[in-house]
Design a binder for this molecule. Structure first.
Ligand SMILES: Nc1ncnc2c1ncn2[C@@H]1O[C@H](COP(=O)(O)OP(=O)(O)OP(=O)(O)O)[C@@H](O)[C@H]1O
Length: 238
């Protein structure tokens, strides 16, 4: 029997455009999704159908007006919508990894430090964290001469791989992947596919968006189709 990891029930998310006569866009309506440990569910659908909105809601970046997002871990369960703030923060800091296609880092911090930081935060010894970061950067084909530099001047694909290294360095029970392979070449896409499949083997529950068919077919246990279900109420005037 599969072990439930993420249980989304009757989730609704409406954006209210306060600067546009309070027009309301309902992007998610009574949405349901169950993800088991070790399972990768891929979200598929036309642009604007709400895939990223769901991922951001699962990470708690967007507040949903209705429903439940229940995370099961360490013999406990937490509903992201109703849990007190300290529990939400703990969940995000230690259990849920959100990896987008965009790198967002503090300027002038070296790549190696950025990648090893999640391990240090988890209490891993410095030497062990450095070695793990070096190994992962090598796997992701980031040349050694770049490790001491800030990634802010790196190419789009290099930045994305630094982001992936930081997102995958610490095993995590929940992974939310928003187009992590968007600007990668085929060799590096293959590396990321292997990382995702290794995370599944370790029991991570994964929800991802991948427009690349090869990646999708290589990692998906299940594909969830998003219909363009945008519901608008109110009037938008020019
Ligand atoms: N912060 C926001 N405020 C208002 N509307 C938003 C906001 N974020 C998303 N939307 C709207 O919600 C809809 C769904 O956007 P979302 O980014 O979830 O789509 P998507 O399926 O991920 O698209 P894509 O495949 O192009 O990334 C879009 O019409 C978008 O304009």
């Amino acid at each position: 029997m599969q072990t439930m990891a993420i249980d989304v029930r009757n989730l609704s998310k409406t954006f209210v455009l306060h600067h546009h006569q309070e027009v309301r866009y309902q992007v998610l309506r009574d949405f349901n999704l169950q993800v088991a440990r070790g399972e990768c569910v891929v979200l598929k659908g036309v642009s604007g159908s709400g895939k990223s909105t769901l991922l951001k809601s699962l990470f708690g970046n967007y507040l949903c007006e209705q429903g439940e997002i229940i995370y099961h871990f360490d013999n406990q369960q937490i509903d992201l919508l109703s849990a007190p703030d300290f529990q939400k923060l703990n969940l995000r800091a230690h259990y849920v990894n959100y990896v987008s296609q965009f790198l967002s880092v503090v300027p002038r911090v070296a790549t190696l430090d950025i990648v090893k930081e999640p391990l240090l935060a988890a209490g891993v010894e410095v030497d062990v964290a450095i070695e793990a970061a070096q190994r992962l950067l090598t796997t992701l084909n980031i040349p050694e001469h770049l490790w001491a530099l800030s990634p802010l001047t790196f190419s789009g694909g290099e930045q994305q791989r630094v982001n992936i290294a930081r997102g995958f360095i610490r095993p995590s029970p929940f992974l939310l992947l928003d187009e992590p392979t968007a600007s990668l070449d085929s060799v590096n896409r293959r590396v990321v596919i292997d990382l995702i499949n290794a995370a599944k083997q370790q029991g991570s529950a994964i929800v991802g968006i991948f427009h690349d068919e090869e990646v999708r077919d290589s990692v998906a246990d299940r594909v969830v189709d998003f219909a363009p279900a945008l519901v608008q109420t109110g009037e938008l005037s020019a």
